[in-house]
Design a protein around this ligand. Sequence first.
Ligand code: 4AZ
Length: 287
Amino acid sequence: MRRRVARALARPLVLAAVGAAIPLATAAPSAADSVVIGGFPVDVSHSPWAVALASRDRFGGTRAGQFCGGVVVGRTAVLTAAHCLGGDVVGAPPTRDLKVITGRTDLLSRQGKEIPVRAVWVNPHYDADTNAGDFAVLTLAEPVPQSSVIPLAGAGDPAYAPGTSATVYGWGDTAGTGVYAHSLHAARVHVLPDAQCERAYPGGSEDGTYLPGSMLCAGEATGGRDACQGDSGGPLVARGRLIGLVSWGNGCGRAEGPGVYTRVSDIVRTLSQVLGVKASRGAPDEP
Ligand code: 4AZ
């Protein structure tokens, strides 16, 4: 049985997929757009790099099968969290029904495109105990426009400085109680000092271990605004550049449980190698 919060995103959805009686979007449909963890609805045209990961086979069709977020970093490349692609979430081998939904603000609409995933690469160094290395790359079966690609913030970018204002995007839980949004939300948070997450998540804590080299701490010192279950893999953006991927935390919006993100500067090199493989050999491992 999983105990860490980062995996909890998958738990209710996976249970729902295998038929347990857990109504998700139907629990409080009208609350989804009004009760948010400090967020606000946004139109995806303003953040075209924000995409939804979906599988109707695994998660049902209510919200187009959305179960995680992702972010477009190349015309056929989407970054997401490694824990979104665990066998317990998407099956092993991953379901052939895996889709990336682009250009769709409201999951209940038919706006935008559902693009099949042609290949899945999961960071082989992802550590499910600490949650380090929580990233994966999906190769799209067809390209999206270059205007949908977000630039990455490299090491030394001032966007990583504590106090920087950042925005997190997703279709996840808006209340911390399993109320999944059907439209895209964003929340303004701040990059927090590493010390804040090191205090909250010391070595051996059961949520995970905060490792400043590969993780990024963000939220609000007083809590309130945060990412939550179902947002995993989605973007944290500062100064117009990608600085983090939603990864884990203790609960949602709690002052004592800041959000932990995969630090993008730490994955830039691996990413260019993975995309380089794609360029020279056609594609990373097929799903
Ligand atoms: C999750 O389970 C999750 N509050 C993602 C982000 C946060 C907590 C949990 C941060 O996917």
